[in-house]
Write a protein that binds this ligand. Structure first.
Ligand code: ADP
Ligand code: ADP
Ligand code: MG
Length: 536
C-alpha cells in the first residue's frame, strides 16, 4: 500500500489523504495485476459531460462500459459477474437507470476515436463516400457546412491533412443516430476557429442526446462541457473517475492539482495564469534576426516582413490553419527554400515538424543519443527525460510508439540538439493536459536556461498564453495568402488575433481566461473597448 491511506489501498502512487469511498471496490479490473478503474462518469440527457485526466487513466475503459462493449467485473476478474450483481452495486445511484438500459443491450453509441490516422488505412474513397455511410440523422449537410468540408467533399480520404481528417471524423460521429455520443478529443490539428465551430455543433447535439467528451484543450472544454469528471490516479495502474463537478470548478481544481471534495492532491505544483509572466521580454537581448522572406506555391503565397527574436524568449505563433505557419517554420529550418530572402546560415536551428514521421525501427534511446552527446548526464535525465516521462519507453522502437509518445520523443529530440533557434510546430498535439503543462515548463526553462530563442506554433490558447513572452500573428486568407504580423506584446497580439476571430475572453478569479458567450454582456462590452483578451 501507499501508507497514506486510511483504508487498505493496493497502490503506492499518489498522495491520497483520505481514500474516497469508491476506491474500496473497483468498477473494473483487467486481470490480476492489470489496470483498475474506480468510478464511472454519468452521461446526462441534455448535457455535455467532460472527462478531464491524463492518458492511461481509464477514460476509454469507462466509455466501453457505458456503451455496453465491456461488462464491468467489479474487480473480480476471475469470474464473470452477472448484471444482477452489477445493478445491485449501483442501486440508489444516478447510474442505476443508465446501467439498467445498458444491461438490456439496447444502447447504441457513436464514437469519435482519439487517433484518426487509421481511417485512411481502413477506408478508400472520398469524404463524400465516407460521410454517406454515417448519415443517420439527416443532418449531414449542416455538419458539412459548419465544419467547412463543402469545398473538399470530393477529396480522397488518403490525401487529407490532419485537420481535414479530424473534421471528417467529427462529422461522421455527429451524423450517426445514437443513444450516446463519445468524442475522444476533437481539437488535434484544428485551429481555434475550427475548434469553436466543432464545439458549437456538439453543444447543439447535446440538446437532444447525452454527449461524453475527453478534451485536453481546456479553453475549449470550458465552453463545451456542462460538468467534468476528473480522472486521477496512476496511468496504466489505476484510475479514479470523480463525481461530476461544475465545469469552471472542475477545471480550476484540476489546474490547482487539488480536488477539494475528494481531499486529494494529485500534483505537487499548481498551474497559474500570471499576468506578469510576459513582462520580462523587454530586458532581453536580440539573438536571431529573421529576414524578410517570401514563398509561392501553386495557389498559396506567404510573405513575412521579418523581425528579431530575443535570447531566452519563447515567441508564440498563432493564426488559422492554411495561413502558412508551417511553411514559415520550414523556411526558417531550410526544409523549404524561400523565393526571396534567406536565413543567415550561421544561425543554428533545431526543428520539430507538425507531422512527425516514425519511420525508424531504432529504439527511442538510440534515436535520442543520435541527437545529443549529453544523454548520460544528470542534466539530460532531469531536464529532458523526466519531464517528458520517457524513461519507460526508452527501449521501444520509434515506429511502435503511440501519437502522444511520438510527440514527446520528437520534442525531446528537438530540444536535445545544440541550436540558437528552436522551432516547435504544434507540440500540444496528442498530449494530455498533464503533459502540456510539463512541456510548457520544459520549453520555457530551456529558453531561459540556455539563453536561446524558441518559436512555438500552437492552437491551444492556454498553452500559448503560458508559454509566450510575445507572439507572431498569422493573417490572410487560408490556402491563398498569408503574412506574419508582429512580434507583438501579448496583449496587443491576442487582441489582434481574437478580433479577427470575433471571440472574447474574460478572466475568472484565478486569472484563468474563459471564452465569453457570443453577444453576452461581457462579449459586447469588451469588443466595444477593444479588449478581446482581458488583462485587467
Ligand atoms: P485512457 O482512455 O484514459 O487513455 P484506457 O481506458 O484506454 O485509458 O486504458 C487504461 C489502462 O488500461 C491502460 O494502461 C491500458 O493499457 C489498460 N487496458 C486497456 N484495455 C485493456 C485490456 N483490454 N486488457 C488489459 N489492459 C487494458
Ligand atoms: P498552416 O501551418 O498555417 O496551417 P501551411 O504552411 O501548412 O499553413 O500551408 C499554407 C498553404 O500552403 C496551404 O494552403 C497548403 O495547402 C499550402 N502548401 C503547403 N505546402 C505546400 C507544398 N509543398 N506545395 C503546395 N502547396 C503547399
Ligand atoms: Mg483513450
Amino acid at each position: 500500500g501507499c501508507g497514506i491511506c486510511i483504508k487498505k489501498c493496493p497502490f503506492d502512487a499518489i498522495d491520497i489523504v483520505s481514500l474516497p469511498e469508491e476506491l474500496e471496490h473497483p468498477t473494473h479490473r483487467y486481470g490480476k495485476n492489470g489496470f483498475a478503474l474506480y468510478g464511472l462518469p454519468i452521461p446526462v440527457q441534455g448535457k455535455v459531460t467532460g472527462i478531464l485526466g491524463a492518458n492511461g487513466i481509464g477514460k476509454s475503459t469507462a466509455v466501453k462500459i457505458l456503451s455496453g462493449q465491456l461488462r464491468p467485473n467489479l474487480g473480480s476478474f476471475d469470474s464473470e459477474v452477472a448484471w444482477e450483481e452489477i445493478l445491485k452495486r449501483y442501486t440508489g445511484t444516478e447510474l442505476f437507470d443508465y446501467l439498467q438500459t445498458v444491461s438490456k443491450k439496447t444502447k447504441k453509441i457513436a464514437v469519435k476515436p482519439q487517433y484518426i490516422d487509421f481511417i485512411p488505412k481502413v477506408f478508400t474513397g472520398t469524404i463524400r463516400d465516407l460521410l454517406k455511410t454515417t448519415d443517420e440523422r439527416g443532418k449531414l449537410p449542416e455538419l458539412v457546412s459548419a465544419l467547412r468540408l463543402d469545398a473538399i467533399l470530393e477529396h480522397e480520404i488518403n490525401t487529407l491533412s490532419g485537420g481535414e481528417l479530424q473534421r471528417v471524423a467529427i462529422a461522421a460521429c455527429l451524423a450517426r443516430n445514437a443513444d450516446l455520443y463519445f468524442l475522444d478529443e476533437i481539437t488535434p490539428f484544428l485551429d481555434i476557429y475550427q475548434r469553436i465551430s466543432a464545439a458549437k455543433l456538439i453543444r447543439e447535439l447535446a440538446a437532444e442526446k447525452p454527449v461524453v467528451i475527453v478534451e485536453h484543450d481546456l479553453a475549449i472544454l470550458d465552453m463545451l462541457a456542462d460538468t467534468v469528471h476528473v480522472g486521477y490516479g496512476k496511468p496504466a495502474v489505476f484510475g479514479v473517475i470523480t463525481r461530476p463537478k461544475g465545469v469552471r470548478v472542475g477545471i480550476n481544481q484540476y489546474l490547482e492539482g487539488y480536488l477539494a471534495e475528494e481531499n486529494v492532491r494529485f500534483r505537487d505544483s499548481q498551474v497559474v495564469f500570471e499576468k506578469r509572466a510576459h513582462e520580462k521580454g523587454s530586458k532581453r537581448e536580440d539573438l536571431v534576426e529573421v529576414p524578410a522572406l517570401s514563398k509561392k506555391y501553386d495557389t498559396f503565397h506567404l510573405t513575412v516582413s521579418g523581425g528579431t527574436i530575443r535570447a531566452g524568449e519563447v515567441l508564440g505563433v498563432i493564426g488559422a490553419n492554411g495561413m502558412g505557419k508551417s511553411t514559415f517554420a520550414k523556411l526558417l529550418a531550410s526544409v523549404e527554400k524561400p523565393d526571396t530572402g534567406s536565413m543567415d546560415s550561421k544561425i543554428r536551428i533545431s526543428y520539430k515538424p507538425q507531422y512527425i514521421k516514425a519511420d525508424t525501427t531504432v529504439s527511442v534511446e538510440m534515436y535520442l543519443r543520435s541527437c545529443t552527446t549529453k544523454f548520460d548526464s544528470s542534466y539530460y535525465q532531469h531536464e529532458i527525460l523526466e519531464p517528458l516521462s520517457l524513461q519507460s519507453i526508452l527501449q521501444s522502437p520509434v515506429d511502435t510508439l503511440s501519437g502522444g509518445e511520438l510527440q514527446r520523443v520528437a520534442i525531446a529530440a528537438c530540444l536535445s540538439r545544440d541550436a540558437d533557434l528552436y522551432i516547435l510546430d504544434e507540440p500540444s498535439a496528442h498530449l494530455d493536459v498533464e503533459q502540456r503543462v510539463k512541456v510548457t515548463r520544459l520549453i520555457k526553462r530551456h529558453a531561459e536556461g540556455k539563453a536561446v530563442a524558441i518559436l512555438v506554433i500552437d492552437h491551444d490558447i492556454y498553452l500559448i498564453d503560458m508559454i509566450s513572452e510575445r507572439i507572431l500573428v498569422f493573417e490572410g486568407e487560408p490556402g491563398i495568402a498569408g503574412t506574419a504580423a508582429g512580434p507583438f506584446e501579448m496583449r496587443d497580439g491576442m487582441n489582434r488575433f481574437l478580433k479577427a476571430l470575433d471571440v472574447t475572453f474574460r478572466r475568472d478569479q484565478t486569472g484563468r481566461p474563459r471564452i465569453n458567450k457570443p453577444d453576452s454582456f461581457l462579449d459586447r462590452d469588451q469588443k466595444s473597448r477593444g479588449e478581446y483578451y482581458y488583462y485587467a
